[in-house]
Design a protein around this ligand. Structure first.
Ligand SMILES: [Zn+2]
Ligand SMILES: [Zn+2]
Length: 232
């Protein structure tokens, strides 16, 4: 009920208010709360590792980064629409920590401009632990995923569950991140035959790898990862 009212209000406010660039306040363009100049300056993640979405130098011959050649991640493919750089980084921070759902809506719309070819089945947001969900009031990965799924006519799969409240990943190095996340996720329903896991930011990939591991323990083989931004 409240969801329906909130959706109607969002629709109404979106129709009633003129589009405005969330980065520089100039009038928006192309149906987005983003002006043409800011759109032209977005940090698209053009050449990147196909397994972990790490940005690679332009013209790089190998499709995979050195890390993945040495030790491939569990997901069969990964794509990040942007590199984690201005102005996408500020939009993500506003969305994640400052209740700026308009920034989240814009980021979803931009993700839809670069849909990876592997997205052909249900989408599964990386879940927040319920304690974080209570303090934040919304789950940013779910807020990103819903409009993506709607536009792509795919279902949202809710079977991924966060078992353990983990320490904030940003304070930890790569090895500590992996330990921190061991068994952090569980699966509450049989996964579909193929799935794309969606998150806002991929830093080392440890969180997504732990989520993919939980899905593979539950029998899912064909799983890929799609994020808004990749930290280089
Ligand atoms: Zn602008
Ligand atoms: Zn890689």
């Amino acid at each position: 009920m409240f969801d329906a009212i909130a959706a109607a209000l969002t629709r109404w406010s979106h129709q009633a208010l003129p589009l405005r660039c969330l980065v520089c306040q100039a009038p928006g363009s192309n149906g987005l709360d983003l002006c043409a100049a800011c759109h032209a300056a977005l940090p698209w993640n053009g050449t990147a590792c196909r397994l972990c979405a790490l940005p690679l130098p332009e013209g790089e011959a190998s499709p995979h980064c050195g890390l993945c050649q040495h030790e491939p991640p569990r997901a069969a493919a990964a794509a990040a629409v942007f590199r984690y750089a201005a102005p996408v980084d500020q939009l993500l921070v506003r969305f994640k920590f400052h209740q700026d759902l308009a920034a989240g809506r814009l980021l979803s719309q931009l993700m839809l401009q670069q849909v990876p070819a592997f997205v052909t089945g249900p989408l599964a947001p990386v879940p927040l632990h319920r304690q974080r969900l209570r303090s934040r009031g919304y789950d940013q990965a779910l807020e990103l995923t819903r409009p993506l799924a709607r536009a792509l006519r795919q279902p949202v799969w809710h079977g991924l569950y966060r078992d353990r409240l983990t320490d904030a990943q940003s304070r930890l190095d790569a090895e500590a991140r992996r330990c921190n996340l061991r068994d952090a996720f569980d699966v509450t329903a049989p996964p579909p035959a193929r799935l794309t896991v969606v998150d806002d930011v991929m830093t080392t990939g440890a969180t997504l790898d732990a989520a993919v591991h939980a899905l593979q323990r539950a029998g899912l083989v064909d799983v890929a990862v799609w994020v808004c931004a990749r930290v280089p």
